[in-house]
Design a protein around this ligand. Structure first.
Ligand SMILES: [Fe+2]
Length: 163
């Protein structure tokens, strides 16, 4: 994992799927950076916020892709992603319309994100790991050892010498 962003991901939220953990860490890092930018400039950085939303959408797509590859039912999880993305987009619009405070929105995103990892992504990680270890076992059962492929009953005791 990227060492610069890894520190932003609490160990209790690590799901042990490298690609997803990397993205989670990057999202927490960007959220913290966005908060600092708001404090320093006293303005809402629209471009940084929309970049964060793009990364969040990409992240949701990554989870869906990995679940699809592993045959994990992702329908309920995908609905939660859609609701979350709609709620955050609406909140960002309300910041632009000065209806809501930017720090309230950032706190909401961070809270939602952490809760979502605990309630959904940790289970997803468990399913993905189980599926990949089952696939590994299935694949190794189909590999014929070299001695069997050569028609020998046992593996040779000594490796053949090469001239
Ligand atoms: Fe998720």
């Amino acid at each position: 994992m990227n060492r610069d962003t890894a520190v932003y991901l609490p160990s209790s939220l690590v799901i042990d799927i490298e690609e997803i953990d990397e993205q989670h860490a990057n999202l927490f890092f960007r959220l913290a950076a966005l908060k600092m930018q708001c404090i320093e400039t006293n303005e809402f950085p629209s471009e940084a916020a929309s970049a964060l939303l793009d990364i969040l959408e990409e992240h949701c797509a990554t989870e869906e892709r990995l679940a699809g590859i592993s045959g994990v039912d992702f329908s309920a999880h995908a609905v939660k992603h859609q609701k979350m993305l709609a709620a955050i987009n609406k909140a960002v619009e309300e910041i632009h319309e000065h209806k809501i405070d930017v720090f309230s929105v950032l706190r909401y995103i961070e809270y939602w994100f952490e809760r979502h990892i605990v309630e959904e992504d940790l289970h997803l990680g468990q399913h993905l790991r189980q599926t990949s270890s089952r696939q590994f076992v299935a694949e190794t059962r189909h590999v014929r050892p070299a001695h069997a492929a050569a028609g020998l009953p046992h593996a040779p005791l000594l490796a053949p010498s090469h001239p």
